[in-house]
Design a protein around this ligand. Structure first.
Ligand SMILES: [Zn+2]
Length: 89
């Protein structure tokens, strides 16, 4: 898998983790941006994947059954923290 727009270190990675810094028994006091952005990053596929890409005509009749393999994606990042908002191919 080729990942375009990847960074050696995104800005969000410098944010400190603030988990567990709230009052005991009232978790979460504050959303931890570090962990939120880390989750987004971890949800990015790291390996090639295949999906169903069957072709239909305008009457929704199946023309051709096929699958497509994605080998390259491009990350979409937030401006402020460079966090991963999404990705496309
Ligand atoms: Zn955290």
């Amino acid at each position: 898998m080729k990942i375009n727009n990847s960074l050696a270190k995104a800005r969000w990675e410098s944010l400190p983790c603030e988990c567990g810094k709230g009052v005991i028994n009232s978790f979460p006091i504050k959303e931890c941006l570090h962990c939120k952005f880390e989750q987004s990053w971890l949800s990015v596929p790291q390996k090639n994947f295949t999906f169903n890409d069957d072709q239909y005509d305008k009457n929704f009749k199946l023309i051709k059954k096929q699958t497509r393999t994605v080998k390259e994606i491009t990350l979409v990042r937030g401006e402020r923290f460079q966090d991963v908002i999404g990705w496309n191919f």
